[in-house]
Design a protein around this ligand. Structure first.
Ligand SMILES: Cc1cc2nc3c(=O)[nH]c(=O)nc-3n(C[C@H](O)[C@H](O)[C@H](O)COP(=O)(O)OP(=O)(O)OC[C@H]3O[C@@H](n4cnc5c(N)ncnc54)[C@H](O)[C@@H]3O)c2cc1C
Length: 433
């Protein structure tokens, strides 16, 4: 090219490459690219990363998680109960072994926005462009039902009566509170709507009662429940309260928590009175409490403008785990909710397997049939230091989802199986074998 032509070409190029074009081009180069982008490194997200990479080691999988380590909700009640071998450390897992073994890209960052129209996720540090998005971001607490617009009371409640449904600081706070008690009432309040791991509050009651019993602490555990019976394993839990903790656990059914005075340590309750067929107001003095507010899908679901049900859970297409709003977005684990699938770690893991198969099929231009690949669930509830219950769910889909469930007796075998299940799941996800 002679010099005059080169100058002409350069001028043309500079004119063509306007600032807007240059910024857009630079932005594109700055994107991290992911064929599958997984938001959230809980059981659901970690399991998906693992299964995808096992199915196709060359697949470009990126996982974003805000926490530097994983702390397990599962078995956190056993830690509160002071069971042998269940230390706080035994609930904690580093991400390193999983990343090294399964070789996905891990971003220890916080997601701040999701723009589905551009297929990008923005974190506090980077922008990631995806082909397929997996939302595995868990739950949020919604205190509005309890305290309306009183956000100060909501903050007080979280600090002074932690729900312990996000393992970590809340778990340690509960442990400190339980250990500090010498007498009085430990109150557990349960939301009336669907929440993560239905059996968890009743298991917690057993574990705190076990701690009081084995340490000769003259304190009680009072459960406040709007339902007529426990939300899960009702018969077995009522049996456990009666057989093992007759003078320690008091189950107050058809009772609504209306308000709390944290300065006076008094709860205001409404209890259904069968005789007058009316709700009567009563007061309950407490020493410590774990107030579990309504659970809803993580706010990122709403930020991404993915449809939610009236109860606040992300909606999926019937019989699948694809969002009802966007076919390229999967919603898994605790955050999904217009189905009869329980919100458990085992379900999160099982669903992760299924969507990994769906994604690999899609990437290979093949069809995937959800109705022939159903998830499975088993969840254990620890009753004391040698007994537990298991609940098994089996699912089938013909015209609609059908669920069958079976509850075990309270046995030592279930207790041993619970511990084995916990180790097996974690060893698998965190590649600890
Ligand atoms: C007390 C208790 C006991 C339980 N016991 C059992 C049991 O015995 N068996 C069982 O099967 N299940 C049990 N469960 C239920 C089980 O813990 C959950 O169902 C399971 O952990 C759900 O996993 P998940 O990945 O969907 O959600 P999560 O584990 O909540 O993971 C969501 C992840 O997303 C991340 N995240 C959220 N927002 C952002 C953001 N903005 N940026 C980046 N990352 C973000 C979070 O940090 C988190 O790591 C129990 C639950 C509780 C509370």
């Amino acid at each position: 090219m002679i010099r005059r032509d080169f100058i002409k070409f350069s001028l043309f190029t500079v004119a063509f490459l306007s600032p807007v074009y240059i910024t857009a081009k630079m932005k594109q180069d700055e994107y991290i690219r992911a064929t599958v982008l997984i938001c959230g490194g809980g059981i659901a997200g970690l399991s998906t990363a693992k299964y995808l990479k096992e199915l196709n080691p060359d697949l470009n999988v990126v996982l974003i998680e805000k926490n530097p380590l994983f702390i397990s909700c599962t078995f956190s009640n056993a830690f509160l109960g002071g069971l042998e071998d269940i230390s706080f450390e035994s609930l904690c897992f580093d991400y390193n072994s999983s990343i090294n073994a399964y070789k996905y890209k891990f971003l220890n960052e916080t997601i701040v926005d999701i723009k589905r129209d551009e297929k990008i996720v923005i974190t506090n540090k980077s922008t990631i462009k995806y082909e397929y998005l997996v939302m595995a971001v868990g739950i949020d607490y919604d205190y509005k039902e309890l305290y309306k617009t009183d956000t100060i009371k909501a903050k007080q409640s979280l600090l002074l009566a932690p729900p312990g449904f996000k393992a970590g600081s809340e778990t340690l706070a509960l442990k400190r509170m339980i250990k500090g008690m010498t007498e009085g009432n430990f109150v557990i309040s349960i939301p009336s709507s669907d929440y993560k791991c239905l059996s968890a509050p009743y298991e917690r009651a057993c574990m705190i009662a076990h701690y009081f019993k084995s340490n000769n602490i003259n304190a009680k555990v009072i459960i406040i429940d709007e339902r007529s019976k426990p939300a899960s394993n009702a018969q077995r839990f009522l049996q456990a309260f009666n057989e093992y903790y007759y003078d320690i656990i008091e189950y107050r059914n058809m009772t609504i928590l209306k308000d709390v005075d944290f300065d006076k340590n008094i709860m205001y309750l409404k209890k259904y009175d069968k005789q007058s067929r009316m709700y009567l107001t009563t007061e309950l003095r407490f020493s410590e409490a774990s107030i579990i507010p309504r659970n809803i899908a993580n706010k990122l679901i709403r930020k991404a403008r993915l449809k939610t049900s009236t109860s606040g859970w992300a909606k999926v297409q019937d019989g699948t785990f694809r969002s009802i709003t966007d076919d390229d977005v999967y919603v898994i684990g605790d955050t999904q909710g217009n189905t009869s699938y329980p919100k458990t770690a085992q379900m999160a893991n099982s669903i992760a397997k299924i969507i990994s198969l769906d994604l690999i099929a899609r990437l290979n231009d093949e069809k995937f049939d959800y109705t022939t690949t159903m998830p499975e669930n088993i969840s254990y509830s620890i009753i004391n230091d040698e007994k537990a219950i298991s609940l098994v769910h089996t699912f089938s889909y013909t015209n609609e989802l059908e669920v069958k469930s079976a509850v075990s007796q309270i046995t030592y075998n279930e207790f041993i199986s619970a511990k084995m299940w916990f180790d097996t799941l974690n060893n698998d996800i965190f590649a600890l074998n």
